[in-house]
Write a protein that binds this ligand. Structure first.
Ligand code: PLP
Length: 381
């Protein structure tokens, strides 16, 4: 079996589960309790927040724990739109965002906001020129993802931030796929809001964070206790917060080594396909791409058939975002990049881990060769 769907989710690193088990077993107190057991839990939450803030070059007060990037994106976008609607009702995002961003903007459109969805070129990149033209005095929020989860396209977040320097609009980025692959220095990026989720960098599922730059006002939805400085009520998930901090520490420390390994594996994979004479084209620009994601167009078989055959052979990959897999809807990301129907219906996303080896890549290539040979006669190749 070969799992190659690491941008859908990663397994929890052993160091991370060990750190979490330690908390589950020994520090079960409620961080809001004032007794010793509660204070021990509070200490874990506080130091995790401090560590995470350090990795992002943020202030601990600017880190808000959430249940994952879906919640972070919802909080950032709805929170900014509602809080700032007196300043304008225009919002900007891109056509290739994750559904946890896109569906929030679609919802806001129904509530009377106006949304510009920036197009992308065939490499999945937005144009700064088009962005500049779409910016209006009444724009109150811009949300552009850092690294795309389907094709790995990277956007020039720092350049967008420069263009927004003297503008009232808040700048949010969904940096989920970028974590552990590119430095996430919120000051260098110049963002006001940034979303992360731990299970994409070998941490647990169901925990994430939203960076909220000091002075940024949002309308918060979850009322109750005074946790997260009254921005998100509810008892903190202490073990998972510890797990996320541990995972981010490892991801930051090992970033360069992991990236080098991932780039080697990507090259090895592309060569393996070429050696087997399997026809393919890359969706995206290899030089501006997250190292763990490789999205390929195979002009000989529909993706549902390929995914089924690969699954039967024990190769676990995806046709794009996990949410659209299983349904025959072509990916909205590929649709934004390409006009040909075939390209959007015959593409597969492979996402690798630094823990994988060459034999696993060869196995994937061998299975793709089998599918190609089965389909060769009826394809144009
Ligand atoms: N944004 C991107 C780019 C993603 O890849 C994901 C992953 O599914 C999310 C947001 C949502 O994260 P979660 O499901 O952990 O809330």
């Amino acid at each position: 079996e070969v799992y190659a769907d690491y941008s859908a989710t990663t397994p929890v690193a052993p160091e991370v589960s060990a750190a979490m088990m330690e908390v589950y077993e020994n520090t079960y107190g409620n961080p809001s309790s004032i007794h010793k057991t509660g204070r021990a839990a509070r200490h874990i939450v506080d130091s995790a927040r401090r560590d995470i803030a350090g990795f992002l070059n943020a202030n601990p007060k600017e880190i808000m724990f959430t249940s994952g990037a879906t919640e972070s994106n919802n909080t950032a976008i709805k929170g900014a739109a509602y809080k700032r609607q007196h300043l304008g009702r225009h919002l900007i995002t891109t056509q290739i965002e994750h559904h946890s961003v896109l569906h929030v903007f679609e919802y806001l459109e129904k509530k009377g906001f106006e949304v510009t969805y920036l197009p992308v070129n065939e490499y999945g990149e937005i144009s700064l020129e088009t962005f500049k033209q779409s910016l209006r005095p009444d724009t109150i929020l811009v949300s552009v993802m850092f690294g795309n989860n389907e094709v790995g396209a990277i956007q020039q977040i720092d350049d967008i931030a420069i263009l927004l320097k003297d503008h009232q609009a808040l700048f949010h980025t969904d940096a989920v796929q970028t974590a552990g692959h590119l430095p996430l220095d919120v000051k260098e990026l110049g963002v006001d809001l940034l979303s992360l989720t731990a299970h994409k960098f070998y941490g647990p599922k169901g925990i994430g964070l939203l960076y909220v730059k000091q002075g940024t006002e949002l309308e918060y939805q979850q009322l109750g206790g005074s946790q997260e400085t009254k921005r998100r009520a509810g008892t903190e998930n202490v073990p998972m917060i510890k797990g996320m901090a541990t995972a981010l520490a490892l991801a930051t420390e090992e970033m360069d080594a992991r990236n080098i390994r991932l780039m080697q594996l990507k090259e090895y994979f592309l060569n393996a396909l070429q050696e087997r004479s399997i026809p393919f084209e890359m969706n995206g620009n290899k030089n501006m791409q997250l190292p763990h994601i490789t999205n390929l167009y195979f002009p000989f078989s529909d993706v549902e058939i390929m995914l089924t055959l690969l699954d039967m052979a024990g190769v676990y990959v995806s046709s794009g975002s996990a949410c659209t897999a299983g349904s025959i809807e072509p990916s909205h990301v590929l649709t934004a990049m390409f006009s040909e129907d075939k390209r959007t219906k015959q593409s597969i996303r492979f996402s690798f881990s630094y823990t994988m080896n060459e034999e696993e890549i060869d196995y994937i290539a061998d299975q793709l060769l089998k599918i190609y040979e089965m389909n060769k006669e009826r394809s144009e190749y």
